[in-house]
Write a protein that binds this ligand. Structure first.
Ligand code: NIG
Ligand code: FE
Length: 461
């Protein structure tokens, strides 16, 4: 049970706890020394965005704007974990730096938790720039898919690619994400659409997690499209996903979540329900691509099956939003897809917030509807097109996004005991993060206490 073993996740537990041994180690460090031992210190931040609180669940409503900012703040880590956070002089007093400690002066910079990107389709081969032209000529996304293009052209290229090629491509994408401040990424399968090809992609996802500093979380999405072998027989394919794919993925423990593209003309509500429930019975937490192109009741289904998150939601109904809020389903918005598809329609983020639904943001990185790897670009869109407040945007890209991946107790805020996943941005206030357009303002990235990006460039470890 690879994923579950790694984090000690109980299959249906929506909350990962910090392993007891790690916590013990941190507490012992404080007891043994006069100060807490630290080998990394980031100090004097113009703003240290901690997002610290007593809230151990995804944030809703006004609590999304409470970033718990410390001006002139510092954060210290020992190896992988944060050991002290606070005012610079207080932290200096609290810690005992090891002789090889790294000290980073973050004066005039904003320091915040590494971004969590909770929705991507990062493992694929080929490219789809031709669709930009087709769309400019008036073809819609679903028309392109119906004529054998879209997802299916990526399926063909991905099936033809060797596993090693997919690993190399994926590694490069992750490097770019990391240089833009992302430290945890979810990746869905879904460009294989047969048992062997889906397993190939999921094994690539697992390998990327082992090879790359970024923590990678796997989602099984065999129901991403109907493959050519099953054209006209969607029901038959749904049966194949349930009877053959899900058990094979479970056997190798290759994913934590199960996702479905629930959309008119793709997988219906009842087909999606069947797949998500079959996944749940094996311990895969449900996620769902819902109400992206038209209303189909995907938000309601997410609430019904107790999904951890529902994504896209441009056409979600008020009733669906209300039910998601009631069931604590996290809404993941993917404004990169609206932008790329030229939909001129974005999810109604304010309606979700007013209903008390927790919200998160993600790139949806994929070759068709969102070819971006930058959470900063998504933040730009969230501010400009969805009218979210910069504080809500930060919370949705860190704290709440971590909960959307069942990692709320591990990452998403700068608090003692959490992973030292830290981004240092070359701006003096967080208000400027979604305001700077089209450039990368990341200066440094620290992943599990290691400096991995310095002055915008990858550090060779
Ligand atoms: O999230 N909506 C379905 N899946 C992706 C698109 C995948 C593709 O076009 O290759 C999405 O938008
Ligand atoms: Fe997607």
């Amino acid at each position: 049970m690879y994923w579950k073993r790694r984090y000690g996740v109980a299959a249906l537990d929506h909350c990962v706890t910090i392993p007891a041994l790690v916590m013990e180690e941190i507490l012992l460090m404080g007891a043994k020394e006069s100060g807490v031992r630290a080998n990394l210190l980031v100090e004097n931040a113009s703003e240290l965005i901690t997002l610290a609180s007593d809230i151990a669940r995804p944030r809703t409503a006004s609590s999304m704007r409470e970033l718990a900012i410390i001006k002139g703040g510092s954060v210290a880590a020992f190896n992988e974990h944060i050991v002290a956070v606070g005012d610079a002089s207080k932290v200096r007093k609290e810690i005992e730096l090891t002789s090889d400690a790294k000290i980073i002066n973050a004066e005039d910079m904003v320091v915040l938790p590494g971004f969590v990107d909770p929705h991507t389709h990062l493992v694929f081969a080929g490219s789809r720039e031709g669709e930009f032209i087709q769309r400019a000529e008036g073809k819609t996304y679903l028309e392109i898919l119906k004529s054998g293009g879209g997802i299916l052209s990526t399926v063909k290229a991905t099936r033809e690619a060797a596993r090693s090629r997919l690993v190399a491509l994926g590694f490069k994408h992750l490097d770019i994400m990391m240089s833009h401040g992302t430290t945890t990424v979810e990746i869905k399968s879904g460009y294989g659409l047969s048992v062997d090809e889906e397993l190939k992609i999921l094994r690539v996802i697992r390998e990327l997690n082992e090879l790359h500093p970024i923590d990678v979380v796997g989602t099984f999405m065999g129901a991403h499209a109907v493959p050519p072998e099953y054209t006209g027989n969607t029901e038959g394919y749904v049966g194949y996903v349930i009877d053959h794919m899900l058990p094979a993925v479970d056997k190798e423990d290759l994913a934590e979540f199960c996702d479905v593209f629930c959309e008119k003309g793709i997988f219906s509500i009842s087909q999606s329900r069947k797949i998500l429930k079959a996944g749940l019975a094996l311990g895969f937490l449900p996620k769902i691509h819902a109400d992206e192109m038209v209303f189909s009741g995907g938000a309601e289904l997410a609430a019904e099956v107790g999904a951890i998150s529902a994504e896209h939601l441009m056409y979600a109904s008020n009733e669906g939003i209300r039910r998601m809020a009631e069931s604590g389903v996290i809404a993941i918005f993917l404004p990169g897809a609206s932008f790329t598809l030229g939909l001129q329609r974005y999810a109604d983020a304010k309606a979700f917030i007013e209903a008390g639904c927790p919200i998160a943001l993600a790139t949806d990185f994929n070759p068709g509807t969102s070819p971006t790897r930058s959470m900063q670009f998504i933040m730009n869109l969230a501010a400009l097109e969805m009218k979210l407040h910069p504080a809500e945007i930060i919370c949705a890209s860190t704290f709440n996004a971590a909960y959307a991946l069942n990692r709320g107790n591990l990452v998403g805020s700068l608090e003692v005991g959490k992973l030292a996943d830290i981004v240092i941005m070359d701006v003096d206030t967080y208000l400027k993060i979604p305001y700077q357009l089209g450039i990368n303002i990341v200066d440094k990235v620290i992943k599990k206490g290691q400096l991995v990006i310095n002055e915008g460039r990858r550090v060779v470890l």
